[in-house]
Design a binder for this molecule. Structure first.
Ligand code: ADP
Ligand code: MG
Length: 275
């Protein structure tokens, strides 16, 4: 299971840094972020991220790809406010991220649904803490269930759903609070290939209809080329940005299309071209 070190659980998620500066229209600024994990006991320290900088524009779909161990999940957790950076900072809509916030909807590879809650209760979970009225919350849950095509399963429990359906619930829950950013770490890693392609198409539909900013972590290059406006290609040891690739392929994208294949080859070459 990725990134469950259990730390930082007690942070105040409402804290906002008034001194943070804004960088134009960027939705997310990753600004010279570094992360060193100290080895437990006598283990060597690991430089998981070194001087990582890039920005994601409002409404943009950016994928983060790279080999296992290049720091994708570490960066995801830092952006989500679940782990502290050793150096640098993350800004969301110009404000420094100091802990988890409802401005981000987070989707993990594991479904992280509450098994004792129904699908609609899972989707509405984050809304419980919002200042919306009960009627507004209910309407919002309805909208989200429609968006991911699960209205008829509203009263079911997670255990009766397939993996793909569970991940749709996780996406609906993340979007319910109307976040600035949808942040996803290998969200389709646990489903079969066919379901995965379907979820990719659905996510693009959701992105197009909601206009959300999406930052999507994957180690699957074809998935990144299917989804992204731009791909941040990372390299390992230390985890860093190798290059940022524009995906100049019209949507909907077909895997058999020559330009699709060229982009896949380019990104693979960059990943293979490590130190
Ligand atoms: P990725 O998601 O790209 O596979 P990770 O962010 O999980 O990469 O890991 C990056 C590096 O940091 C790896 O060398 C990994 O072993 C190390 N690492 C990740 N989490 C921890 C941790 N909690 N403690 C120590 N080292 C860690
Ligand atoms: Mg990972």
């Amino acid at each position: 299971m990725t990134g469950c070190d259990g730390s930082d659980g007690g942070r105040d998620d409402r804290e906002k840094d008034g001194e943070a500066e804004s960088h134009g229209d960027a939705s997310v600024d990753v600004d010279r972020v570094g992360k060193t994990y100290r080895g437990d006991r006598d283990g060597d320290a690991v430089r998981a991220l070194d001087d990582v900088s890039f920005a994601v524009d409002k409404g943009e779909f950016v994928c983060l790809v790279g080999p296992s161990g290049c720091g994708k999940t570490t960066l995801f957790r830092i952006i989500a406010g679940l782990t502290d950076a050793t150096d640098g900072e993350i800004r969301l809509a110009g404000r420094t991220v100091t802990g988890p916030t409802t401005d981000m909807g987070v989707v993990f590879q594991e479904y992280h649904l509450f098994p004792w809650l129904t699908i609609e209760e899972n989707v509405g979970f984050g809304l419980e803490r919002s200042d919306r009225s009960a009627a507004e919350r209910e309407r919002r849950v309805d909208e989200m269930l429609d968006l991911v095509g699960l209205a008829e399963f509203r009263g079911s429990y997670p255990k009766s759903l397939s993996g793909g359906m569970k991940q749709r619930v996780a996406i609906a829950r993340a979007l319910a609070v109307d976040p600035e950013l949808l942040l996803m770490d290998e969200p389709f890693g646990a489903v079969d290939a066919q379901t995965r392609e379907m979820l990719q198409r659905e996510l693009l539909d959701v992105w197009e209809s909601t206009g959300k900013t999406v930052l999507f972590v994957t180690h699957d290059v074809a998935e990144a080329v299917t989804l992204a406006d731009r791909i941040v290609v990372m390299a390992a040891e230390p985890g860093r940005v190798e290059e940022i690739v524009d995906v100049d392929v019209d949507r909907p994208r077909e895997r058999g299309d020559p330009t699709f294949g060229e982009h896949v080859a380019r990104v693979r070459e960059l990943i293979g071209a490590g130190p």
